[in-house]
Design a protein around this ligand. Sequence first.
Ligand code: NAD
Length: 360
Amino acid sequence: MSKQILILPGDGIGPEIVAEAVKVLEQANQQFGLGVELSYDELGGGAYDKYGVPLADETLERARQADAILLGAVGGPKWDTIDPALRPERGLLKIRSQLGLFGNLRPALLYPQLAAASSLKPEIVAGLDILIVRELTGGIYFGSPRENRVLENGERQAYDTLPYSESEIRRIAKVGFDMARVRSKKLCSVDKANVLASSQLWRTVVEEVAKDYPDVELSHMYVDNAAMQLVRAPKQFDVIVTDNMFGDILSDEASMLTGSIGMLPSASLDARNKGMYEPCHGSAPDIAGKGIANPLATILSVSMMLRYTFNQGAAADAIEQAVSVVLDQGLRTGDIWSEGCQKVGTREMGDAVVAALRNL
Ligand code: NAD
């Protein structure tokens, strides 16, 4: 049966990096007989320009029909001043929530070849391999009411709401435990249960789910401590499960431990492992169109897609190995470049990964 993949290149560097990831996907398709079929559409600023909204109904329908989605990134200064309800990021939030993509997997893995690119000492980060499981469709980014208002005394006030229901916590906790089970069997749940009611329920429900996973060692940590521990001794973590906002912040922090956000893929999964795959970084308008963006995060997102949605572990391993070969060859885009390495552009990096994959 063919595998339908919807490609949403997005804005800024999105089309450049997605083009390279598609080359790698097509090579893997040929080499491993995956049977993938690709179709294309717009999300974000490009969709606003074409359809007048950041996510058109027809695009959403196409996404529903697809088995997996590959996204570049959305946003840019061109759309910063439009109606906030129509901003590119709203399209991203909408597609995640409409498709029920509640489980966001964000690995922070340091390739040994890039240990020097980290802002931390090599001995603290060497061998780092953390998986952050972030709840993606609930919590404060979606909670209502939310409001900007003017009080009777004339002062401006704004507030958001942070709701979590038991079922939302239970399903993301299960993803965390399942991931821990196939890794080192250690799960750290991050919350702010000393202050927030939503975190107190979070902790209670995670404890309940833990009863079904007696082989996984569960620990809890407050988010402020987790932020500190991530830079003090990051290798103490293996799998972290946390809510939407805490996961947003901690995964960006973890990404910098690895040297460049240009290396980090992500997966957003629904209950049946249908997923949207995208690099962790944004649309990098500062370097868009220059042909210098690092396509490896997007290429590694393709590898995650093959692993988690299509169960093609061998093809996924091969793509990761090809990336490693290219790093061994000393090829680097500007964001991960260091003395003695060969600086290459987006296209050369993509071509090198395709060649390495072909030669495995
Ligand atoms: P960003 O991730 O786009 O860029 C941050 C810095 O990292 C920039 O200096 C950029 O040049 C660099 N960078 C990012 N990806 C890179 C790559 N692949 N190769 C080399 N360097 C890379 O974050 P930002 O500047 O805060 O946001 C820019 C736009 O992206 C905004 O409109 C923002 O809303 C949007 N954004 C989108 C997503 C998404 O689509 N998922 C995520 C974050 C930000």
